[in-house]
Design a protein around this ligand. Structure first.
Ligand SMILES: Cc1cc2nc3c(=O)[nH]c(=O)nc-3n(C[C@H](O)[C@H](O)[C@H](O)COP(=O)(O)OP(=O)(O)OC[C@H]3O[C@@H](n4cnc5c(N)ncnc54)[C@H](O)[C@@H]3O)c2cc1C
Length: 208
């Protein structure tokens, strides 16, 4: 890959500040190991993400989607291609009644706090899992008997052509630490979760 050529093509649809060259991957993974990636992008909108995917396709350049990097090990030789991180961007959360719409880049710990603050329950299992919502849907993350499949209604995903599709819980084929995302290479953009109104006082009152 000609890195300069690729960077200028990416910069046509992505802010320069969101594109880095020769980024050490150890900075972005929990285990803090691994070599550098040729190009590292943090798209701040769905449009920037779509531009990144389409540019990689046109230039026949491999890309890898990264969330919080808590379930990824990068080899010492690094990654030849473009790493696209969906983390703390695409992270908007809106809660109406018992329905939560959350961006793929939101951390599960933050989302669990927002859901609890809205007097909803059903997402407590995710509060200690150190990843993003996108990474959690990718592998149907879970703990303490709960998992994503129990609260997820649907997810918007982007395919390899940059098209956005909505998949229902059933269509996502969420099994034990698996989902259809692992086979299709879709990118999770956002999800709709259904929680329950909290019946008990819950942990928010414990500090009173
Ligand atoms: C200390 C520790 C404790 C953990 N405890 C648990 C636990 O209790 N339960 C559990 O299930 N897991 C656990 N994990 C594993 C990990 O936290 C989860 O797998 C988490 O869901 C990964 O999310 P992430 O954002 O870090 O994804 P990453 O590690 O960045 O990526 C993991 C995979 O998801 C894909 N991915 C990430 N974001 C997207 C997206 N937006 N669209 C499509 N694909 C995407 C990546 O390509 C990659 O293949 C733990 C990990 C650690 C280090």
């Amino acid at each position: 890959m000609n890195i300069d050529k690729m960077v200028s093509a990416l910069a046509k649809g992505i802010k320069q500040d969101n594109i880095r060259v020769k980024e050490a991957m150890g900075k972005h993974t929990t285990f803090k190991v691994g070599g550098h990636t040729d190009i590292f992008i943090c798209p701040e909108s769905v449009e920037e993400l779509a531009h990144a995917i389409k540019t990689c396709k046109v230039h026949e350049t491999p890309y890898y989607i990264l969330g919080n990097g808590s379930n990824v090990l990068v080899k010492d030789g690094g990654y030849r291609g473009v790493v696209i991180q969906v983390y703390k961007t695409l992270d908007q959360v809106t809660i109406e009644g018992d329905t939560v719409v959350a961006g793929a880049g939101v951390l599960l710990s933050k989302l669990a706090k927002l859901i609890a603050k809205a007097s909803l329950e059903g997402f407590e299992f995710a509060s200690g899992i150190p990843g993003t919502l996108g990474g959690a849907i990718y592998m149907n993350a879970g703990a303490y008997g709960g998992d994503i499949s129990q609260v997820l209604l649907s997810a918007d995903v982007m395919d390899e052509d940059g098209q956005v599709l909505t998949l229902t819980n059933e269509e996502l084929k969420l099994g034990y630490r698996t989902s259809i995302i692992q086979d299709t290479h879709y990118i999770v953009l956002k999800a709709v979760l259904k929680c329950k109104k909290r019946q008990s006082a819950g942990y928010l009152c414990k500090n009173r």
